[in-house]
Ligand binder design. Structure first.
Ligand SMILES: [Zn+2]
Ligand SMILES: [Zn+2]
Length: 254
């Protein structure tokens, strides 16, 4: 005779399991709060990396400039007409959100990238969203976070540009399987001049699945811009495979 397991018994087990799960979650939170407390990078308040009050202090740029001459004001950081006369332009414009010398922004980016706190991407993405809301930036077809070389990705554990793009949540496809970083280049910040920087980046990127890119308006997303060389090189290679337009968005100019 088969033993019937009473329904109440199964419900009891399930109830106990759910209770244990909740208890585990609570214990995990208590443990993390105790040993790895989260304090606001601005004021030290407990429980958020950037509290709401400190988030409000992040500056948002109200004017965008041509990324080449850095003088001419253009609507969305497009290259100005004068600079277009002298340079072959692959990157149509660079939209800059905030000011790097703001102490809290600088600290946030540092913790995000070099203390590996991926969660800081959320308040930074919120800042980007707020800046975009007050702008007339055109809507792209695709978003491409500037890729990291796989070694650097392994070192950091995440690609900061990709985290920003995902948390920004613009409901626009985010493409990460097309623009690829091949060589583990020396960080651009260590390069002395433009020639060195260009040589360093030469052949650093390639495009796979070019059909995704063809005839598309692309927005590259990066955390900070140092010289603009990386973005220019990315734009060039994307245009070579048929992108209709390439723009970039960054949190700040270092
Ligand atoms: Zn705070
Ligand atoms: Zn210009």
């Amino acid at each position: 005779m088969r033993t019937q397991i009473p329904c109440n018994f199964l419900q009891g087990i399930l109830f106990l399991f759910m209770k244990l799960k909740t208890l585990f979650k609570k214990t995990k939170k208590i443990f993390l709060d105790l040993f790895f407390p989260i304090n606001c990078l601005g004021c030290g308040k407990f429980d958020q990396w950037i509290c709401d009050d400190c988030h409000k202090t992040f500056p948002i740029l109200t004017e965008q400039h041509c990324p080449i001459c850095e003088k001419e004001i253009t609507q969305n950081g497009e290259v100005c007409l004068n600079c277009q006369k002298y340079y072959k332009i692959n990157l149509k414009g660079v939209f800059i959100i905030s000011i790097y010398k703001d102490a809290l922004l600088k600290k946030s980016i540092h913790h995000f990238k070099y203390k590996f706190i991926e969660k800081i991407s959320e308040p930074l993405a919120l800042l980007i969203a707020q800046a975009l809301q007050n702008s007339e930036h055109p809507i792209p077809d695709l978003i491409i976070p500037v890729p990291l070389h796989k070694q650097r990705l392994r070192w950091r554990g995440f690609n900061q540009s990709e985290s920003l793009a995902r948390d920004l949540d613009l409901k626009i496809p985010i493409v990460t399987n097309s623009l690829i970083r091949k060589n583990n280049t020396i960080p651009q910040v260590k390069m002395k001049n433009r020639k060195q920087r260009l040589e360093n980046l030469n052949d650093a990127f390639c495009v796979e699945n070019p059909e995704i890119i063809k005839n598309k308006k692309i927005l590259l997303i990066d955390d900070i811009i140092t010289t603009g060389t990386t973005l220019s090189v990315c734009a060039k290679i994307l245009k070579q495979v048929g992108a209709e337009e390439v723009r970039a968005l960054v949190i700040a100019w270092e």
